[in-house]
Design a protein around this ligand. Structure first.
Ligand SMILES: O=c1ccn([C@@H]2O[C@H](COP(=O)(O)OP(=O)(O)O[C@H]3O[C@H](CO)[C@@H](O)[C@H](O)[C@H]3O)[C@@H](O)[C@H]2O)c(=O)[nH]1
Length: 464
């Protein structure tokens, strides 16, 4: 490590939805603020796209290096847990090796670390970084409104005897608009559910951080950001808040396109294509794939659909076999289905892209906002319904699909939402709003912009 540079250690969670914003954050610290960075990474759920991304960062010429933690042993019972519970378990079990890595980095006499930055799912490590007296920060990869709700979870837990899942109608949250009970994040829904107490623990552990950076910008979520900047939630002091986003990849870094998406988009008219993708960890059921296909076909819109096969799905390696018979043939002049990883940022930046059917993962939302693309919100899990609620009612750049009690969005619903967004009057208004937000996103990152200033303030603290 370059002894002249300030040096920080970063420990992200696993999964591309977390790694991408952490990597973009590291690039900004290294290139814009002259930092040396050591990434501490867990060896779990590593995908080919992640390996490619890590390699490109390691060879970027920036002062960024990686320490991979030893693999965590899981017994057969632990392996049966829900994927999210498993992630928590693995990250928790790495705490000892994170401590060893931090001790080594602290004792490097040529350039010891001066700060530690971790992920919301790794807040158990704040205990060890604080013990080692390293100033410790969290980079939250979701929205400000979701962060507010996680911090407010302690109060809700103490005040509410019933579970949100058993309530109907809106719930009042001081500082935020009232939110329908069913739109609170999944882990907060059920007091006896598998994630409830894990998230309640986060709500307490986050308070140990010396500051929380958020991947958002002030103009996008002004109400929630202001509520967090007030410095307390329901009488409890919260760490200082730094909205530093949007932290997203550049379209140019997405140039390796094995999917053929960009070439296909080049041949389509301006703003005519509906891009359909559900992020890096969600896979639709066979019934849902068929309904979505028929809805896209019925809408008459051009579409580019990223439909990857679930990992380790030996029984169904070819997901395109789940499409209705003759679908690809009937839509071949106006649709493309890709079954591999696609260059999403470059697709959203492409002039032919006119709308985005999204599960509302926060990176997808920021990528869409940054390129002025309106959204059909189709939340699936985690905090995505909360994000969909804010996108429609507060940010006002999305329409939302209705999901039936069976968890299926019907073909009629898809058709209606696609036509409304791409051709309707409401879609036009939303496009104006999306263009406005694209400019605000640029301004936030430009010289003197709110996120640029927040990052500079945080970077100054990391050197102390
Ligand atoms: O073919 C693909 C598929 C995905 N991506 C990228 O992968 C990321 C996916 O992130 P996101 O949209 O946030 O979705 P998830 O992968 O589902 O993200 C997880 O992490 C997010 C951030 O914390 C949460 O908001 C989500 O609910 C959670 O599922 C984005 O940068 C996409 O551009 C691609 O580039 N190509």
């Amino acid at each position: 490590m370059d002894a002249r540079k300030p040096h920080v250690a970063i420990f992200p969670s696993v999964g591309m939805g977390h790694l991408i914003p952490f990597f973009e954050f590291a690039k900004l610290l290294a290139s814009g603020h002259g930092f040396s960075i050591t990434f501490i990474t867990a060896k779990f759920m590593v995908t080919p796209s992640q390996t490619a991304y890590t390699k490109s960062l390691a060879s970027s010429g920036l002062s960024i290096r990686f320490i991979e933690l030893p693999e965590v042993e899981l017994d057969s019972e632990e392996k049966k847990a829900h994927p999210l519970v498993l992630i928590f378990k693995v990250l928790e079990k790495t705490t000892g090796s994170v401590e060893n890595a931090l001790r080594t980095l602290l004792s490097d006499s040529s350039n010891p670390i001066s700060a530690f930055i971790t992920d919301i799912f790794c807040t158990a490590t704040l205990e060890v970084s604080k013990k080692l007296q390293i100033p410790s920060y969290v980079l939250y990869t979701g929205s400000a409104s979701n962060l507010f709700l996680i911090l407010y979870h302690r109060t809700m837990d103490a005040e509410m005897t019933e579970s949100l899942k058993d309530l109907d109608g809106p719930v009042k949250v001081p500082g935020l608009p009232s939110i329908p009970a069913r739109d609170f994040p999944d882990p907060m829904q059920d007091k006896s559910g598998p994630f409830y107490h894990l998230f309640l623990r986060l709500s307490h552990e986050l308070l140990k951080a010396d500051g929380i950076l958020i991947n958002t910008f002030q103009d996008l979520e002004s109400g929630s950001v202001q509520a967090l900047l007030s410095g307390e939630i329901d009488g409890t002091r919260i760490p200082s808040i730094y909205p530093v986003g949007p932290l997203i990849s550049s379209p140019e870094s997405d140039h390796h396109d094995g999917s053929g998406s960009l070439q296909w988009l080049d041949k389509q008219p301006a703003a005519s294509v509906l891009f359909v993708s559900f992020g890096s960890v969600n896979f639709l059921s066979a019934d849902q794939i068929a309904e979505l296909a028929l809805g896209l076909e019925g809408s008459g819109q051009r579409f580019l659909w990223v439909l990857p096969s679930p990992p380790n799905n030996a029984s169904n390696p070819d997901v395109s076999a789940l499409l209705p018979p003759g679908f690809e043939q009937r839509t071949k002049d106006r649709g493309l289905v890709v079954t591999s990883w696609a260059p999403q940022v470059a697709i959203l930046a492409h002039p032919s892209t006119g709308g985005f059917v999204s599960h509302c993962g926060w990176n997808s939302v920021l990528e869409s906002v940054s390129h002025g693309v309106t959204i059909i919100a189709w939340p699936l899990q985690a905090e995505q319904r909360t994000t969909a609620f804010f996108l429609v009612n507060d940010i006002k750049m999305a329409v939302r699909t209705k999901m039936g009690a069976d968890g299926i969005v019907t073909k009629e619903e898809v058709e209606k939402a696609a036509k409304e967004l791409m051709e309707g009057e409401d879609g036009k208004k939303k496009r104006e709003r999306a263009r406005e937000l694209r400019e605000s996103a640029k301004a936030a990152l430009a010289e003197g912009g709110s996120s640029r200033q927040a990052l500079a303030a945080a970077a100054a603290l990391f050197c102390k």
